[in-house]
Design a protein. Structure first.
Length: 92
C-alpha cells in the first residue's frame, strides 16, 4: 500500500531547502486585498504540495505518495483559499 503524502511532513522536512511560506504570504496578500497575488501564492503552495500535478506526472514523480486535498495536510485549505481569491476577483 502507499502512504498518504506528507503524513507528518517528513517529505518536506527532508527537502534540501525549507519550504517557502506560500500560504502565509498568500494570507497576507488576501488581507490587504491583493487577490491576484494571493491566488498566485496559494497556487505555488498547492504545487509544492503536489496538488497541481496531473495523475500520471504525480505517479511518475513519487509513486509511493497518494495525493489529493483530503490526503495532503492543508491541501483543502489552500485550495479553498485559492477559490476565495477567484471568487473575489469574479474569475470562476
Amino acid at each position: 500500500t502507499r502512504a498518504a503524502a506528507f503524513p507528518d511532513r517528513t517529505f518536506l522536512a527532508s527537502a534540501s531547502a525549507p519550504p517557502m511560506p506560500w500560504k502565509r504570504l498568500g494570507d497576507e496578500a488576501f488581507a490587504r486585498g491583493d487577490y491576484w497575488e494571493a491566488a498566485r501564492l496559494y497556487f505555488e503552495r498547492a504545487g509544492e504540495l503536489g496538488l497541481n500535478d496531473e495523475p500520471e506526472v504525480a505517479e511518475a514523480r513519487a509513486p509511493e505518495l497518494l495525493r489529493g486535498p483530503d490526503l495532503v495536510p492543508e491541501g483543502a485549505k489552500v485550495l479553498s483559499n485559492l477559490a476565495a481569491c477567484l471568487a473575489k476577483l469574479g474569475d470562476f
